[in-house]
Design a protein around this ligand. Structure first.
Ligand SMILES: [Ca+2]
Ligand SMILES: [Ca+2]
Length: 272
């Protein structure tokens, strides 16, 4: 796998027109993020509902793979902040110290105002407050929490009409929090007004969100698809995945990383 990645990297450098780079060998990869130095971190669930086989794997710039921690349950969404990784792991948020390769519970189940069932995606603001989605029963019991730097955890707004059923993908952009619902709808939450509106729909089994300027990339886990969304209009750009999970952008905004949970791969797609 390591050699394959290096070969692909070399071919990438030598060619301006290239196919997607696919890195193989992950066990149920769910989420991905790149740090400022170019290292890529992937969460791997391992076997579902099996504890202590969940991992965070680092891919460095040379293509070497290193296990950062391997004692997690079913890790999903991850985000980087201040040299640490925050990862949604079932009903807790775990803090991973990259340097020391250790993990510790950062937000425990009982700290949440309502017990989370299926914590899924996570994002962070510039102060270190974490936003985390709970997909609940994947039908109608989802919630979105903020974990403040003080340790206090709150639901971010009351969705009395239950319009957001099973929030999965989250993306923070200024005062907006974008939410991709497993039920297929895409929402923008105004964090100041604590109100939200629907931007688009039709992403059944929606999972990850990435954003470059006014262009969104949205994945459907159920349909194995990647969409581009501009001004509310969706365009299918790839339907070859088995289960396109929680996508993210490269630091230079030129590539989208797509973990395929069923295929066990990470695809690097040039979107420049
Ligand atoms: Ca597991
Ligand atoms: Ca997800």
């Amino acid at each position: 796998m390591r050699l394959l990645w290096i070969l692909l990297s070399l071919s990438l450098l030598s060619s301006s027109v290239f196919a997607d780079v696919v890195i193989q060998g992950f066990k149920m990869p769910e989420s991905v993020a790149q740090d400022k130095d170019g290292n890529i971190y992937v969460s791997e669930i391992g076997e579902r509902d099996v504890d202590k086989d969940g991992k965070i794997t680092m891919i460095d710039k040379s293509g070497n793979l290193t296990t950062i921690v391997d004692d997690l349950y079913d890790p999903k969404g991850l985000v980087l902040f201040d040299n640490k990784i925050y990862v949604a792991d079932r009903d807790v948020v775990v803090e991973v110290d990259i340097e020391n390769k250790t993990s510790a519970v950062y937000a425990g189940t009982m700290q949440f105002p309502r017990s989370p069932v299926f914590l899924n995606d996570i994002d962070v603001d510039d102060k270190g407050n974490l936003y985390v989605s709970d997909s609940g029963d994947f039908k109608s019991t989802g919630q979105i929490f903020i974990i403040k730097t003080s340790g206090e955890i709150e639901t971010i707004f009351e969705d009395e009409r239950n319009l957001i059923k099973a929030p999965n993908g989250l993306l923070l952009d200024g005062d907006s929090l974008y939410v991709l619902d497993w039920a297929g709808e895409f929402f923008e939450v105004d964090l100041n007004k604590k109100s939200f509106k629907k931007i688009a729909e039709g992403f059944n089994g929606g999972d990850g969100i990435a954003k470059v300027k006014d262009t969104f990339f949205l994945s459907s886990w159920l349909e194995g698809k990647l969409y581009k969304l501009i001004a509310g209009k969706a365009e299918l750009i790839n339907d070859k995945f088995e289960a396109a999970a929680d996508i993210s952008l490269s630091q230079d905004n030129k590539k989208v990383y797509i973990p395929d949970m069923k295929a066990g791969t990470l695809t690097i797609l040039d979107v420049n």
